[in-house]
Ligand binder design. Structure first.
Ligand SMILES: Nc1ncnc2c1ncn2[C@@H]1O[C@H](COP(=O)(O)OP(=O)(O)OP(=O)(O)O)[C@@H](O)[C@H]1O
Length: 272
């Protein structure tokens, strides 16, 4: 029997709950009985109403937070602190403002014990791939938002993460730059196929990028539904949005998501 279709789970959240104690001493449940599987090489997007618990989910995978109940597993083993196989890209970039572009990108490999020469060569290669060869000696404040995001991608991909966690990485960019970054991300991802969890408020972004879209309920977040996005790859993000099947996916998932967004809005209005 061929094992080609049997992919191992890279990330497993099994019946996870996460509770916090609020500043006023009240207990708040952010995640409840939350189960999610991300297969090796799979691109999963997570959408849900604001404040429902999306970032909390990522924090559990990073090991920065521990579940109050349930289990989180990476590549078949329990999460035990920060894992070097995991890379991140967040909304705000994690560039050192006092270091130039190449030094920012070299920082990861140097930290992981590579020689200066190896780190520099590798950083140059990655910066070339993201189209920034002419900006090696610029400082972050001398770059546009899109260029800084490219540096962030190079800074993350240079470490060849097996698992890539992205929390609204492109939400601060203008629409055109976002589309360019989507294509850039899919191109880089297709080369090594890290297992990705991509959190976003933008349903079209989720459908354009992902193999599966998880819709979360209004907080406490649990999985409401999972959609498999059966659109061919490679995808041209700037064109895919005009395809009928893409539009159908967006309409169907939005119907599902809208109920949760409305529930979340009602609750916050009642609380106000
Ligand atoms: N460290 C913490 N202490 C107390 N409460 C927290 C903490 N972190 C998150 N929360 C609460 O948990 C809930 C979920 O937060 P989380 O940031 O995961 O939501 P989100 O879906 O990522 O939000 P957004 O869509 O606005 O980015 C919120 O009510 C938040 O206030």
């Amino acid at each position: 029997m061929s094992d080609i279709n049997i992919r191992k789970p890279a990330i497993e959240l099994l019946n996870v709950s996460r509770r916090f104690v609020s500043p006023t001493g009240k207990s708040l449940t952010a995640l409840r009985d939350f189960t999610m599987f991300v297969e090796e090489g799979e691109f999963v997007a997570v959408v849900g109403p604001t404040g429902c618990g999306k970032s909390t989910t990522l924090n559990l995978v990073t090991g920065l937070a521990r579940p109050s109940a349930g289990e989180v597993r990476l590549m078949g083993g329990p999460v035990d602190g920060i894992d070097p196989r995991v890379g991140f890209v967040f909304q705000t970039d994690a560039l050192f403002p006092w270091r130039n572009v190449i030094d920012n990108v070299m920082a990861g490999p140097l930290f992981r014990g590579k020689s200066r020469k190896e780190a520099e060569d590798s950083a140059k290669r990655w910066l070339q791939r993201v189209g920034l060869s002419k900006f090696l000696h610029h400082y972050p404040h001398q770059l546009s938002g899109g260029m800084r995001k490219r540096v962030s991608l190079a800074q993350t991909f240079i470490n060849e993460p097996e698992i890539l966690l992205m929390d609204e990485p492109f939400s601060a960019l203008d629409v055109q730059t976002r589309t360019v970054m989507h294509e850039e991300l899919l191109r880089l991802w297709a080369e090594r196929k890290a297992s990705v969890v991509f959190v976003t408020h933008d349903l079209e972004e989720a459908v354009a990028l992902a193999d599966k879209v998880y819709v979360l309920t209004a907080g406490p977040a649990t999985v409401k539904s999972v959609y498999t996005i059966d659109l061919p790859r490679p995808r041209v993000v700037s064109e895919i949005r005009y395809e009928p099947r893409f539009i159908d996916y967006c309409k169907t998932i939005w119907e599902d998501l809208r109920q949760e967004v409305e529930a979340s809005y009602r609750r916050s209005s009642e609380a106000a």
